[in-house]
Design a protein around this ligand. Structure first.
Ligand code: RUB
Length: 337
């Protein structure tokens, strides 16, 4: 029998691929919720068929976006425990109902832990921020925002310089979230970042993946910002829960950088509503020899990062592999095909 994928899994996969659901932590949360839905909706009548349904759902979710490791880490976490287990007579130890209950419980636990980890790392990150500090952000990271929120809750006055983050302009989401916290925000175009580093006490960004050597994979533009910050002597702090640690990089795998549609660049006005006659002629049309490249992420080498703030404490990037080994061991199995 072909495995059944629940409609909510398909919807979640589409939402992630089209960036209706975006940001590494939010993607992981949505993927875990979708697996819980799959477990509840599965009509499988044998443990093997149930497992096949869950693996098919994991595969569909896994294929959406390649860079944020929080997604495969979430899938692995929820599907751990589904491995076949037979008794002495060769009968499955766990019934479909038991597998269902356990899978839903694991998904819910994962979602709770995610929220808890973000709150905890926020308090760790807040300790690095002093009253009166100005923080520069890039893209929109819920982990990074959690640090600022905790600092504000501690009674510190924090101001923010927010890079708009072309082409999808996630900086506007950050600006809105910070203003809701009562943080004064100055919104700048990406190209103005170096100039405003003179007025900045910390660069604070999130991460989609962190490699074993401490490299940080985050929104395109992060590495340039970090290099400029180092030149200006501004510390770079990366806020990242441990589900952003990429276990496969311990065995030499590299992190795939997502290349997105050229229309995001050519039709950037869709995100800003400022179409001009000059650009509208070029919309979606690179047949005239124009090549458009649209990498969504880049890699910041560890030497440009001062601290990686996790729910387990803060780490110099070069030491993050210790935490990675502790949490993931040396090997991982993949619950997707
Ligand atoms: C989002 C992005 C964020 C990280 C961390 O990119 O690069 O900095 O995902 O976010 P996109 P969080 O918009 O392409 O998904 O801290 O919320 O996990």
């Amino acid at each position: 029998m072909t495995p059944d994928v629940a409609p909510t899994v398909e919807e979640t996969a589409t939402d992630i691929a089209e960036m209706e659901v975006r940001g590494a932590a939010t993607i992981a949360d949505a993927a875990a919720a979708a697996l819980a839905d799959q477990a509840e909706a599965s009509t499988a009548d044998t443990p093997a068929a149930f497992r096949a349904d869950l693996e098919a759902a994991a595969t569909e979710l896994y294929r959406t976006r390649p860079t944020a490791v929080s997604l495969p880490n979430a899938l692995r976490y929820v599907l751990r425990g589904l491995e076949p287990e037979d008794d002495r007579e060769g009968e499955p130890v766990k019934s479909v109902d038991r597998l269902r209950t356990e899978t839903v419980a694991r998904a819910r636990r994962f979602q709770r832990d995610l929220e808890h980890a973000q709150d905890t790392l926020g308090r760790v990150g807040a300790n690095r921020l002093r009253d009166g500090d100005v923080v520069m952000t890039h893209c929109h990271s819920t982990d990074a925002l959690s640090c600022i929120e905790a600092a504000v809750e501690d009674g510190k006055h924090i101001e923010a310089i927010v890079k708009e983050t072309r082409p999808r302009l996630q900086g506007h989401i950050t600006a809105r979230a910070l203003r809701e916290m009562g943080v004064p925000v100055t919104l700048i175009v990406d190209n103005a970042a170096r100039r405003y580093l003179d007025e900045t006490d910390h660069v604070l960004v999130g991460a989609d993946s962190i490699a074993a050597d401490g490299s940080v994979i985050n929104k395109i533009g992060t590495s340039g910002l970090a290099v400029n910050a180092r030149e200006r002597g501004v510390p770079v702090m990366v806020a990242a829960q441990s589900i952003k640690l990429h276990p496969d990089t311990m065995t030499g795998h590299t992190v795939e950088i997502e290349m997105r549609d050229e229309r995001e660049v050519l039709e950037a006005d869709n995100y800003l509503q400022i179409a001009s006659d000059e650009t509208s002629g070029a919309k979606g049309d690179s047949d005239d020899g124009l090549t458009v490249e649209n990498p969504a992420f880049d890699v910041t080498p560890p030497r440009h990062v001062d601290a990686i703030v996790t729910e387990h404490g803060q780490y110099p990037p070069e030491s993050v592999v210790v935490l990675m080994r502790e949490l993931f061991g040396e090997t991982t199995t993949d619950p997707w095909r």
